[in-house]
Design a protein around this ligand. Structure first.
Ligand SMILES: NC(=O)c1ccc[n+]([C@@H]2O[C@H](COP(=O)([O-])OP(=O)(O)OC[C@H]3O[C@@H](n4cnc5c(N)ncnc54)[C@H](OP(=O)(O)O)[C@@H]3O)[C@@H](O)[C@H]2O)c1
Length: 108
């Protein structure tokens, strides 16, 4: 059996980030949909769940807030123990923080 793959998408409550969440989840990846605003993030999560995607969870992330980044990293270590895919559109996001996990990063 193939091992599970885990992804974090930043700025995922709308736009390209949300669509990437949708497509990764539809392909069996466990997706952490992140947004800086919890209400907008949960609404985006519910929109995916409403279309039948259950393998998506929400975690708050403001890429400009070190405490928020640390909280997400702790969540990933605790819940999954690894990260296979990181999709971040924000060049300021400190990918070195995830360097032990990083396989892919997109800075558009
Ligand atoms: N759409 C295109 O055709 C296109 C083409 C080429 C390149 N791009 C680039 O791709 C990126 C995404 O495009 P998009 O169309 O998906 O943009 P978008 O619809 O405006 O979405 C941007 C996302 O980034 C989030 N965000 C902003 N600041 C953040 C922060 N400090 N921490 C966490 N999340 C933050 C926004 O959250 P809030 O809702 O809280 O603001 C939103 O979820 C942009 O950099 C854009 O320039 C887009």
């Amino acid at each position: 059996m193939a091992s599970l793959r885990y992804a974090v998408i930043t700025g995922a409550n709308k736009g390209i980030g949300l669509e990437i969440c949708r497509q990764l989840a539809a392909n069996g990846v466990i997706v952490v949909l992140t947004a800086r605003d919890e209400k907008r993030g949960v609404e985006a999560l519910e929109s995916l769940k409403g279309s039948g995607l259950s393998n998506v969870v929400f975690h708050q992330l403001d890429v400009g807030d070190p405490a928020s980044i640390a909280s997400l990293a702790d969540f990933i270590k605790t819940q999954f123990g690894k990260l296979d895919i990181l999709v971040s559109f924000k060049p300021s996001f400190p990918s070195f923080f995830f360097s032990g996990f990083l396989l892919f990063k997109s800075n558009m």
